[in-house]
Design a protein around this ligand. Sequence first.
Ligand code: GDP
Ligand code: MG
Length: 735
Amino acid sequence: MQLKMALAGNPNAGKTTLFNQLTGARQHVGNYPGITVDHKEGHLHYQDQKIIITDLPGTYSMTAYSAEELVARDYLVYNRPQVVINIVDASNLERNLYLTCQLLELGAPLVVALNMVDVAKARGIEINATVLAKHLQVPVVPIIARSGFGKDELLRVALQVASTHQQWNPLNISYGDDLDSTLPELIEIITAESLLTDTYHARYTAIKYLENDEQIQAKGRETAPKTAQLLEQLVDESTEHTRRTLDVYPEAIIADHRYGYIKSLLRQGVITRKFDADRLYTSDKIDKILTNRLIGPVLMLAILFALYQFTFSWSEAPVAWLSNAFNWLGNLVEEKLPDGILKSLVISGIIDGVGGVLGFIPLIMFMFFGIAILEDSGYLARVAFMMDRIFRIFGLHGSSVMPFIVSGGIAGGCAVPGVMATRTLRSPKERMATLLTVPFMNCGAKLPVLALLIGTFFGENKAKYMFFFTMLAWIVAMLAAKLLRSTVLRGDPTPFVMELPPYRFPTIRGLCIHTWERTYQYVKKAGTVILGISILLWAMMTFPALPEQVSISFDQKRQAALDTAAPETIGEQKTKNESSSEQVKAFDKTIALINNEEAEAALRHSIAGKIGTSMESVSLLAGFDWRTDIALIGGFAAKEVIVSTLGTAYSMGQVDAEDSQSLSDRLKQDSNWNRVVAVAALVFIMFYSPCFVTLVCIAKEASWKWAAFSMTFNTIFAYILAVAVFQIGTFFNLG
Ligand code: GDP
Ligand code: MG
């Protein structure tokens, strides 16, 4: 007796290749669907058994959607092969199993040929055939159709299945409540009327009715019109119901449940992705060291320190170039523009203001580049993981770590996305505690201030001080969080599970894109918001101008100086360019002092000056003079403005354009500034009220009440800290 064997599978699963291997025939092998539209037959002998083997057209499904599907299904149900070899592409298992699922529903005696295991392996996919067989409840044989590997085993198993002459035994899977309750009704009618039962199982016919299978519907109408009408009516009702309740057709529900069946089956340990496993394995090994309880945090600190070292040392030269460029620009304008308001606006408002911010671009870029490496490699996730242990102590949650890092935990973030990132926290109290403390981090806007003051007063150890101020930000944030969590936000901690993605090598492209994105944000802000605020503050520092009689009195002073210094000689020597003369030097100095006095008087007289001086009595406790006060008020609008405002405030008292000094030099020479004041100022700037945009964000995420709380609480807190630093520092004479 001849044995009938059929090959079924998705297009390109390798049916024809296997067919040729088994029969020795030379059928056309194509790697596009539709090459085999009709079925081809071949013969082979195996263990004295004559076998007719049929290569069915490739199909993804067993519903009458296309000619191929019909050919394949009709062949199976009318010819009833003793065994069907379902060839599946192992490198694309999930999709291929959709057909397998339908073959199982049909009930045909099945053997799964797990083809292309070579391709799968090359892609790092390993499939456990034994487990798959166990869950499908049919034999699974791994093969490589192209080389013939596994073909004998496949034939052996196929013959074994064929020899049992088993009844077609359809797989019953659930299609969800709605359809599962309709199916028995349909099955009852189909069985009672024996509709198509010699070809299909009653359940299969019922499913096909629900799937709106035109071929089966037509066959039904042909053989038993009344029954068919009844069935169609029931199906219509069911369709109407699912349309109304779920807004889908039953076919879609059925397909979904088939995929669900496959998915849950594959989840039982059928597939292991070997490359991933490899990567996970190396990742795990790296993590054993990098996230080790003792070595991990030490390495983390070392890495951070290295980052600052890298940033400051590499950016030093470019920062100097840019700063020189802005000085040059300032001098150029000084020469070309006539004295007056416009000149003052361009130099003090725009160049000193925006230039002060833009001058730090190289520093920001190097910092962002370093952070991009940490982020893209997956190390940042480890930082979060390690910080989680510490966070718990302070009443925060593991999910709080990312908001902190985003806000500038390593330096150079922004509290606005940081505040928004707290949305991942479920517990409202942990979320509030996080939201209120993330603005303590050193965001990108505070970086220039840090860089300026550290560079000016602690120039020899920039990286060390940067590291120190970063640590300080964390410590203060943690303590503030603890304070909040044990007072206004008291409550229990919630559990946290952290996933660590495997490490990967960052790509240069990725790094550049990340660096550029963030740097661009910074540049854009400097060009728009900062420019606007800078001009506004300049106006506040310029107007109202000194009353006329005061201006005149300064003019008189200058004239008097000129008179006493024997004007003829001065004029003579100036034209001869003998500027080295003692006499001229003394004269210039006198004039400069008078100019300075006038500029200071003008600044004091301005709106900003009045505000600044009115605050001085309070702020001097922390060592801040009225000019610094002006900058700090500006910083409330945006922290970048602190540097630019200091620049403007101190450039307005500028002595002489010819020995134009950098802000850093001016601060160094100013009697109001020293190391202690610098630290007090830094502490205040780091912890006082979040900038306006952040406050709006806090208000949106929480409420205006919390935003107001954040503003006052932080400012008072920062003030107390700054006063403490200044008083203690001054007492021990550390300035
Ligand atoms: P069909 O559409 O199911 O008939 O698939 P084909 O037999 O035409 O095969 C599609 C493509 O897959 C052809 O290029 C075959 O050479 C290739 N192929 C089939 N089986 C294997 C296999 O086990 N390993 C590899 N690497 N390629 C295979
Ligand atoms: Mg083919």
